[in-house]
Design a protein around this ligand. Structure first.
Ligand code: PMP
Length: 361
């Protein structure tokens, strides 16, 4: 079988070894004569997988003991709607950075729950840039400060973290978790969908400092209450067992391949291969984002015309390079280079890009 070169923004490339491990165990899990997806989530077979996935997150990201790690259904979308329900209380205001499409969705949901203060709005520059991390401040007595580390659609990424004193910092790291080293202690909560850098779609992860969980009000229905999920180690109800198994296998692969430090080195290397084409070329490929904040994960770019963009996507796809079309809201092209994308895919894409520009420039 010749596999496609997958540049999708998510769900996205999963290392072949991980898929093969799933394949080898899907009908007979570790020689137990039964599939993992057929047993109770209270069974030891699943319990070991669940606990291993959590332990690997803790180990790989160096998560301190005073944080809870959860994997829950509903994606990052449910997570960002639950954040204000759990933590924006007592008539307080929460600070949000509006950096693009995903930040905006989190803001719109938070506004339905409480007061939101926008500390930075990228609307004026078309969400092509971010503020200097040192320039953003939280408002006095803020419930929390929320931002999105990497805008998957816009292709911009924070390079330094905002420092906002004692205000709890909450970050959506859906599209760059596990691709860069982070100091978890700088955050009160980190969350995101797993379907980009951690495994197959079907769950979101949350890393939440335990003191924040004390805020979750009893008035919330059980599933919406983060404290209840943390008390039950994310086993309050039936978890997405297949997805969490995939996450465990993916994290084992990350560990075998040098951990977050190596993922980060590779993310820099892969993205530089493509950014060098933009920077050293004749302007055929153009990045619409501020070069100080361009993403190592989602590389958005424009060609001289929309016709050429459509031709580029079509011809790349004919050569097995899939999903290079930009998000419909911004147009253009986008190559997503998550952890599951090998350097060789990027080298193939770069040589295609050079060939395409010389033929069509
Ligand atoms: N935040 C970011 C940064 C994302 O990229 C996405 C999905 N692309 C989401 C949130 C929403 O994630 P989900 O589809 O898992 O709800």
């Amino acid at each position: 079988m010749s596999r496609k070169l997958n540049f999708s923004a998510g769900p996205c490339a999963i290392p072949l070894e991980v898929l093969e491990e799933i394949q080898a165990n899907i009908t007979d899990f570790q020689d137990n004569g039964i599939s993992l997806v057929e047993v109770s989530h209270r069974h030891k077979l699943y319990d070991d997988v669940h606990n291993a996935a959590i332990a690997l997150m803790k180990e790989l990201l160096n998560v301190p003991d005073n944080y809870s790690i959860l994997f829950l259904g509903g994606g990052a979308t449910l997570a960002f709607s639950m954040i204000p329900m759990n933590f924006l209380l007592d008539g307080k205001t929460a600070d949000y950075v509006n950096s693009g499409a995903w930040a905006k969705k989190a803001i719109d949901d938070a506004k339905k729950v409480g007061d939101v203060n926008i500390v930075y709005d990228g609307k004026e520059n078309g969400y092509s840039s971010l503020p200097a991390a040192s320039s953003v401040t939280a408002s006095k007595d803020s419930a929390y400060f929320h931002f999105t580390s990497n805008e998957t659609i816009g292709g911009i990424q924070w390079k330094d973290w905002p420092e906002v004193g004692d205000v709890p910092v909450i970050c959506d790291m859906s599209s760059d978790i596990m691709s860069r080293e982070i100091d978890v202690e700088k955050f009160a909560m980190i969350y995101g969908g797993v379907q980009k850098n951690l495994g197959p779609a079907g769950a979101a992860f949350m890393i939440i400092r335990n003191d924040l969980l004390e805020r979750s009000p009893d008035s919330l229905t059980a599933y919406l209450n983060y404290r209840i999920h943390a008390e039950k180690t994310a086993l309050y109800n039936t978890p997405p067992v297949f997805t969490i198994w995939g996450v465990k296998l993916f994290l084992e692969w990350v560990k075998r391949n040098g951990g977050v430090a190596e993922m980060s080195r590779l993310a820099d290397k892969k993205s530089k291969l493509i950014y060098d084409v933009f920077d050293s070329g004749d302007g055929f490929y153009r990045s619409p984002v501020d070069s100080s904040f361009r993403s190592t994960m989602n590389l958005v770019f424009r060609l001289p015309s929309e016709e050429l963009e459509a031709k580029f996507v079509k011809e790349a796809s004919a050569e097995g390079m899939m999903f290079l079309k930009g998000h419909k809201s911004v147009g253009g092209c986008r190559a997503s280079l998550y952890n599951g994308v090998p350097v060789s895919y990027v080298e193939t894409l770069v040589s295609f890009m050079k060939d395409f520009s010389s033929k069509n420039g």
